[in-house]
Design a protein around this ligand. Structure first.
Ligand SMILES: *Cc1c(COP(=O)(O)O)cnc(C)c1O
Length: 365
């Protein structure tokens, strides 16, 4: 009998994410207002689209396995060396490499229960021992609990998303520095900065490259290129040499490299997206206040709105989907009483607001 490796066979069957396409197929929906995956509603840079379109003829070629043009441009943007940048097929890919590289089978890796789940998926898939702490009751990551758990279990890796998903909260550079110094020196801090582009750059931790921290960035959110699957990590050259041993050298889509490079040049577009996103957040805050609902002020392209109980949040999410509006909700307390809605264009926001008002009229008390 053909059997998977024992560590893989032991993993329960899991579907980490039911995509909107599947939801549409299941429900026979022809269209969906996509506000569930924090995709950009404002599209990619027109310059990126033009650059990618102009190169489609050469799709028969592999991309540069070193992604050197892109790494040079990113190095210039961040004031680091090209050798301190590793390009991957999105953060999700780079996160898998980090886990595979640093978390030996059986070794602990630490995260917050209910935070961005792809880390968990990789830790389990590579045979690591997933440990979790809880969010604070106010929906912020609990850095004290992370540090205490890390001192107790000495994880190979501790994961922090900043700004965080799904809460949308942001921790200051000082808080991050304090966390880093409170972690055991042998614990790698994997800092997921998928939403860094939405934060004032001076508020972010300074880019001091060392072996103990790896920072993950993406073109999926503010740059609007989620479907192109491209992101990068900032790390020491020593850690980059480790990634170099295991990464998939032709794993980065050639057209995506070209689009990412072109969109880095289009800072005006990125600024416009960040501005539009701030308007969308303000709209959602106003809607929540009008509905008498609490919300968590967000530093990202989504907002969590309080539905008071987890069962009510689930009801609202399902009822919105039945009306063709796709949003999601956090899975673990204390955030599971919220629904999470991505920043949409004005028409998308109007569709969401109308459907939400409708649903709140019928949701069981
Ligand atoms: C969206 C998101 C990602 C995924 O990034 P990709 O580059 O598209 O893989 C990673 N981390 C967080 C916190 C996210 O919200």
């Amino acid at each position: 009998m053909i059997r998977p490796a024992p560590a893989i066979e032991a993993i329960p069957a899991t579907t980490p994410f039911v995509g909107p396409e599947e939801l549409m197929r299941e429900r026979g929906l022809a269209a969906l207002v996509r506000l569930g995956a924090n995709e950009s509603a404002f599209g990619p840079s027109p310059k990126a689209v033009a650059a990618m379109a102009g190169e489609l003829e050469r799709l028969s070629w592999y991309g540069d396995p070193e992604s050197l043009d892109l790494r040079d441009a990113l190095a210039a943007k961040h004031g680091v060396r090209p050798g301190e940048i590793v390009v991957g097929a999105g953060i999700d890919d780079l996160m898998g490499l980090a886990v595979r590289a640093f978390v030996a089978p059986g070794a602990p890796a630490l995260t917050t229960r209910g935070s961005y789940p792809t880390l968990n998926y990789h830790v389990i898939g590579y045979g690591g021992d997933l440990r979790t702490v809880e969010y604070r009751s106010d929906g912020h990551l609990d850095f004290e609990a992370i540090a205490a758990a890390a001192r107790a279990c000495r994880p190979a890796l501790a994961y922090v998303a900043n700004p965080d998903n799904p809460s949308g909260t942001f921790a200051s550079a000082a808080a991050l520095a304090q966390l880093r110094s409170a972690l055991p020196p042998a614990t790698l801090l994997l800092l997921d900065e998928a939403y860094a582009d939405f934060v004032d750059p001076v508020a972010l931790p300074p880019l001091e490259i060392d072996d103990a921290t790896i920072r993950l960035r993406t073109f999926s959110k503010a740059y609007g290129m989620a479907g192109a699957r491209i992101g990068y990590a900032l790390m020491s050259e020593r850690n980059a040499r480790t990634f170099q041993k295991i990464r998939l050298h032709y794993g980065i889509n050639r057209t995506a490299q070209i689009g990412a490079l072109a969109s880095l040049d289009d800072t005006g577009f990125c600024d416009w997206v960040v501005d539009q996103t701030a308007r969308a957040r303000a709209d959602y805050y106003a809607l929540a206040r009008d509905l008498g609902a609490e919300y968590i002020p967000s530093h990202t392209n989504f907002v969590c709105i309080d539905m008071q109980r987890a069962d009510r949040a689930t009801y609202v999410m399902d009822a919105l989907l039945a009306r063709g509006v796709w949003i999601r909700k956090p899975g673990a307390p204390p955030l599971d009483r919220y629904v999470r809605v991505s920043a949409g264009t004005e028409p998308m926001r109007r569709a969401f607001a109308a459907a939400l008002r409708d649903v709140l009229d019928e949701v069981p008390a």
